[in-house]
Design a protein. Structure first.
Ligand code: SAM
Length: 243
């Protein structure tokens, strides 16, 4: 059962077993910062071991969800049934059906309550770009877990501008590659303890070659159909640290 009120696309809850052994020595940090927070799986995992939890994400609906949730599960439930919000939450959840996305949100559990209490007592929830969260909160007592969108994804959700050409609606898709260069520079220069987990491909392996400490393979639960045949998708992730 998840620690978060609903399913979240990219949730790393089930991956932590592969990379927890590479976390920094718990004696060396007191703060966890997740600039690409999503459902905050790593913060939940470390919630008993740290004095401060800082979650940042660019997704404003996700941050609104956190804020409603902190104010109480009933408030979250009520908000999540507003048809417009329900649609957005469903999209964020990555769940196949509307019913499943809502089914998860409507149920409280001990784990969810434990995370909510940790966020109330020692959490800061921020909406914005990842680099601003780093600039504001990073110091030598901070463990930063970076879980950006996949390197090869063209992230259709992250539309940067909308316009019309000859009455045709046009959208620009953001170039998501700059994040990966900024992260490389951060690994080289930063005082904070940084871990990045990202999909393995020729480019990610090349640019982070000096910092890779491990890798793991993941087979997704979801079935995809290719030419009428059912498959499960398999990817490799690399684990990168600067400490
Ligand atoms: C792979 S998900 C993180 C999943 C998370 N580790 C979990 O366990 O649920 C990536 C997150 O990064 C956020 N994001 C994408 N670009 C961002 C940016 N430039 N600044 C901050 N957050 C960003 C997305 O909204 C998404 O929630």
């Amino acid at each position: 059962m998840s620690h978060f009120p609903m399913a979240y696309l990219g949730n790393k809850r089930l991956d932590i077993k592969y990379f927890a052994k590479y976390f920094p020595d718990p004696e060396t940090y007191s703060k966890i910062l997740e600039p690409f927070a999503g459902s905050g799986a790593v913060s939940f995992y470390l919630s008993d071991k740290v004095d401060e939890i800082i979650l940042n994400d660019r997704n404003d609906i996700l941050i609104e969800l956190y804020n409603k949730w902190v104010n109480g599960f009933d408030q979250l439930k009520e908000w999540s049934t507003i048809p417009e919000i329900e649609k957005l939450l469903h999209k964020m959840s990555g769940a196949g059906s509307f019913k499943r996305a809502y089914g998860i949100i409507s149920k409280n559990t001990k784990k969810k309550e434990k995370f909510r209490e940790a966020l109330i007592s020692k959490g800061t929830i921020m909406q914005g770009d990842w680099i601003d969260a780093i600039n504001e909160h990073c110091d030598e007592n901070t463990f930063v877990y970076l879980d950006p969108p996949y390197f090869d994804s063209n992230n259709k959700t992250y539309i940067t501008s909308k316009t019309k050409i000859n009455d045709n609606p046009i959208v620009d898709i953001e170039d998501g590659t700059k994040i990966f260069i900024d992260i490389l520079n951060l690994l080289k220069e930063s005082d904070c303890k940084i871990m990045l987990v990202i999909n393995k491909n020729a480019i990610t392996e090349f640019i982070y070659s000096d910092y890779i400490v491990g890798e793991y393979e993941k087979i997704y639960g979801m079935t995809i159909i290719v030419k009428g045949e059912k498959y499960k998708k398999r990817t490799k992730h690399i684990i990168i640290t600067n400490y």
